[in-house]
Design a protein around this ligand. Structure first.
Ligand SMILES: C[S@@+](CC[C@H](N)C(=O)[O-])C[C@H]1O[C@@H](n2cnc3c(N)ncnc32)[C@H](O)[C@@H]1O
Length: 571
């Protein structure tokens, strides 16, 4: 059994938590009512774009098997029927809207998707504080249905904005025969739980045309741009404005004589020509910008060469999350991302000194999040969060391997900081992961470690094969990660491969690591002055938030149910 102790709900002081598991299960079993200030969710949708890219090998093969991991989410099947019936039987607005969807859509994939989303949205509302906010990130394929669903869960009176994010530049495929408008935007549905919510106004910079049109004056000496503001009092005497003379001009003014004197002293009052009405100098550099509107065209997608790009296909830009987190939460607040992917919301929350809870159902995402945090905030970041739901014993690992060999493989590779092999064709078979490193002066060659992960029986011939693969691939080191024990003959075979010599010493060319050894702290013996396997997340600019003291009583909850996955055999 995976569980060491099944936690009830969080009832201790806030700590950052990274959960591996299905978010519905995690929310229901682990997150207490009204404890979260801000939810951002970016759920997958059945667009091959999302998951084929995530799971396909570079040549397009192999996608189908791993794509199955999410298949259930979008297919109308026995599980959807069960959830749908539960939703309908629970009554209220959610029941009404689900029944209406069924009548309109019949039992298609979209209904299955909405049936998957409905109970999760209900749980997310439950965990939000009364002053909390939620942003649901989606695209126009489903945004119209999701808005109705959000209305049903949160109430139409709690709808705040539909934000259009221009996520890519224009498509130029008209000449290729495209007969519809280019699809370049995503939709973010912003709802609040109640009628009073956290709101920190955000501003965007003025566009050039506006600046040219209004800030036409340049201050001599400083070159500061300014515009002229009216100093006269609207409504004149009737509104109680004082009348007096300023720079030879008598008018009803909006300020008292004393205040006007102060402004003159500060150089804030200007008379552009003798006899003209004095005006107020409003400097461009003192203006906050344009209050944020619901059309966001200034946040660019993550470019192919962007420093923050981690290679996760659905990764969102940090600037997008920063805007949301800044607008709708305060320092120390709790931000929850139940579909956290490679951890964009989490990383931004950490940088902006919010507490966070992240949930994802793949070990691929978990591995990326951990290395992202490490790269951005340094080694001490691990003290600020707790990972829950990953195997912590050989027995847990064996269960994971039995249940889902791919997830086992991703998890095992993540334990040693390696990445899954993306090119599993022909001669690459048997290579499950790769890890790259540099041990030469700047500009030197990139070296590689080849990894093979086995949860089943392995013996000496396998090691011989692995040795052949290392030689063929011209890799420096090969590693077998095995769930089972390594026999004496296997260890002798590995030892016979000799050593790779680096400026840091000698490293066995063929290494065997058992899961038990790794869980006890063993790692690959290699020179790692700079591991370049994962594209590194740029170091965060703001200092690490004060370390949160971890609650020592926190039970290491394990998730026993993984309803989203079927048992699959690794081919
Ligand atoms: C569109 S991606 C999120 C990307 C993320 N916003 C980022 O910037 O990296 C959706 C994520 O949801 C995860 N996911 C899908 N179904 C899930 C579930 N039921 N529970 C938890 N995570 C899930 C997937 O593994 C994937 O990483």
């Amino acid at each position: 059994m995976l569980a060491r102790s099944i936690g009830t709900q969080l009832d201790f002081r806030p700590v950052n938590l990274l959960y591996y598991g299905d978010n519905l299960d995690v929310l229901r079993r682990h997150i207490k009512d009204a404890t979260v200030d801000l939810v951002y969710l970016d759920p997958p949708f059945k667009s091959n774009q999302d998951y084929n890219v995530l799971f396909a090998e570079k040549d397009g093969t192999g996608a189908a098997s791993q794509f199955k991991a999410f298949e259930d989410t979008w297919e109308w099947n026995i599980e959807s029927v069960r959830v749908f019936e539960e939703l309908v039987e629970s009554g209220g607005r959610v029941s009404d809207v689900m029944r209406a969807f069924r009548q309109f859509l019949a039992t298609n994939d979209m209904l299955a998707y909405l049936t998957m989303m409905a109970p999760r949205l209900v749980e997310l509302r439950r965990v939000l504080k009364l002053t909390g906010s939620i942003y649901l990130h989606c695209d126009p394929t489903a945004s119209h249905y999701l808005k109705l669903l959000m209305d049903a869960v949160f109430g139409p009176e709690c709808f705040r904005s539909e934000i259009i994010w221009k996520r890519s530049s224009a498509h130029s495929d008209t000449k290729q025969g495209r007969k519809q408008h280019g699809r370049i935007h995503d939709v973010l549905l912003f709802y609040t739980k109640g009628q009073s919510w956290v709101w920190n106004p955000q501003y965007t910079i003025y566009d050039d045309e506006y600046v040219k049109g209004f800030y036409r004056h340049v201050e001599k000496g400083t070159n500061r741009l300014y515009r002229l503001g009216d100093l006269t009092g609207p409504g004149g005497a009737a509104k109680g404005n004082p009348e007096y003379e300023v720079m030879g001009v008598t008018r009803y003014w909006r300020y008292s004589k004393e205040k006007m004197q102060e402004l003159i002293k500060e150089g804030r009052v200007i008379q552009t020509a003798p006899g003209t009405v004095p005006a107020y100098k409003r400097y461009l550099d003192e203006m906050p910008g344009v209050p944020l509107q619901d059309m966001w065209t200034d946040i660019r997608p993550i470019g192919a060469q962007a420093a923050e790009r981690l290679g996760y296909p659905t990764q969102k830009p940090e600037t997008l999350l920063e805007r949301i987190v800044r607008a709708s939460s305060r320092e120390g607040d709790c931000v929850l991302d139940p579909f956290c992917g490679c951890g964009t919301a989490i990383s931004v929350a950490q940088r902006l000194k919010r507490n966070w809870i992240g949930i994802d159902v793949t070990h691929l995402a978990m591995g990326l999040i951990k290395s992202r945090l490490l790269d951005a905030f340094g080694a001490d970041v691990v003290k600020t969060y707790k990972v829950i739901g990953e195997p912590v014993s050989v027995q847990d690992a064996a269960e994971l391997a039995k249940e889902d060999p791919y997830q086992f493989q991703w998890w095992a590779l993540g334990l040693v900081g390696a990445r899954r092999n993306e090119e599993k064709k022909g001669s690459d078979q048997g290579i499950d992961g790769r890890l790259y490193f540099h041990d030469e002066p700047e500009g030197g060659n990139t070296k590689q470690i080849i990894l093979s992960v086995k949860s089943g029986h392995v013996s000496v011939p396998f090691l011989r094969d692995l040795r052949g693969v290392i030689e063929r691939e011209k890799a420096e080191i090969g590693v077998l990660i095995t769930l089972g024990d390594a026999t004496k003959p296997m260890r002798s075979e590995a030892a016979s491969a000799g050593f790779y010599k680096s400026p840091w010493g000698s490293h066995p060319r063929l290494q065997i690591l058992t899961i038990a050894e790794i869980l006890e702290g063993a790692g690959i013996n290699y020179p790692h002055p700079s591991n370049v396997t994962f594209k590194r997340a740029p170091r965060a600019e703001t200092p690490l938030p004060e370390q949160l003291e971890l609650a020592p009583s926190l039970p290491y909850e394990e998730l026993t149910e993984r309803p989203m996955r079927k048992k699959r055999r690794k081919s």
